[in-house]
Design a protein around this ligand. Structure first.
Ligand code: ZN
Length: 353
């Protein structure tokens, strides 16, 4: 792969790092330089973008089989985490996504969601058989986590959806968390129904796969969450552009979580309703407008990492500055994954330099 230099009048390389007249140089899929263009090393190929460079986006909650991976990538999302799908299919896709020829984002997967017999999502229309893995007892819970770890799971997902059916017992939940942590895997939970967030907290889980929306959480619970758990936003699934009661409750919980110092990451639950593939601008706007995060905080919650030497050459360019107006995220000019240009729109390639 020839070395490639991408230049732009402005770049946001990550939180706190804005560079004017910037260059990012990539070699073999890896960034070898990111910073001011003057001292940038020469490259065999050069792309000039009249816009703003920034790291590409990661979506931490998707169901990628319900979407088009190529459209996700072309929409500026270079990495996704799939949080419930049948094991054989999703782990094969995750393996395939690591190949340079794969036309989509890199896929990390949880595999099936652990649940109680008959629990969510075993009876749900969106979920093919095998999307939920029913566990009966502590031994089965432990074995299930070990099996998923062996197959390459990036996280363990647990259904605590008490409104849709039975949920794993506290003993099973504790065994899941203990086994997962012993294997170095985080545990993420679908919390729905009264008291389920408290159960997740008590078991020591690492993440909530959704902002809790089914009840307003007491301040004490919010404080405890902020200390030990991160939250994947998924706000727009409650509204699809409308202001609904569920969105109001979720936004209130997430605002207080943020104010208490909690970590929010961007995730859309792609595949759940009319969420578009690629960067979902409305999810970003909700984080700013109803949760109160600054534009830079929102961008920080969306990217996989900084643009820096040694990191993957995963970047996007926008026609306008997202630090000033977040809806610039909808004005994509360039998408690059691992040094490969997958989308280019209205910019000038001046050839070699
Ligand atoms: Zn989901």
């Amino acid at each position: 792969m020839p070395t490639l230099s991408v230049r732009a009048p402005l770049a946001w390389l990550g939180p706190g790092e804005v560079v004017r007249y910037a260059a990012v140089v990539a070699e073999d899929g890896v960034v070898v330089y990111a910073g001011h263009s003057a001292p940038a090393p020469p490259a065999e190929r050069r792309i000039d973008v009249d816009g703003v460079l920034m790291p590409a986006v990661a979506d931490r909650h998707v169901h990628i089989r319900l979407a088009d991976p190529a459209a996700v990538l072309m929409g500026g999302v270079v990495a996704v985490r799939d949080l419930a799908w049948p094991a054989d299919d999703i782990f094969a896709l995750a393996d395939a996504s690591e190949l340079p020829t794969f036309n989509g984002p890199i896929v990390r997967a949880a595999g099936p969601m652990l649940t109680a017999p008959g629990g969510y999502p075993t009876g749900d229309r969106w979920a093919p058989p095998g999307t939920g893995l029913e566990i009966r007892g502590v031994d089965e819970a432990t074995r299930a986590v070990r099996m998923l770890s062996d197959r390459g799971a990036a996280a363990i997902k647990v259904s605590l959806n008490a409104e849709a059916g039975p949920t794993p017992t506290d003993a099973e939940l504790a065994a899941i968390v203990e086994t997962a942590h012993g294997l170095g895997l985080p545990v993420t939970v679908h919390p729905e129904g009264k008291g389920q967030v408290e159960r997740a907290l008590g078991a020591g889980v690492d993440e909530l796969a959704h902002t809790p929306w089914s009840e307003r959480l007491p301040d004490g619970v919010i404080q405890a969450l902020a200390r030990s758990v991160r939250i994947v936003s998924t706000l727009d699934i409650h509204s699809y552009g409308e202001i609904t009661e569920d969105l109001r409750v979720a936004a209130d919980n997430l605002s207080r979580f943020r104010a208490a110092g909690g970590t929010v990451v961007y995730g859309t639950d792609l595949g759940n309703g009319p969420i578009p593939p690629g960067i979902h601008v409305r999810e970003a706007l909700l984080l700013h407008e109803v949760v109160g995060m600054t534009n830079e905080e929102v961008l920080g919650a969306m990217v996989a990492g900084r643009l820096e030497a040694g990191g993957p050459a995963d970047l996007i360019a926008l026609g306008r500055n997202p630090l000033e107006e977040l809806d610039a995220l909808g004005d994509l000019r360039l998408v690059m994954r691992a040094g490969r240009v997958v989308l280019r729109r209205a910019e000038l390639d001046t050839g070699s330099n």
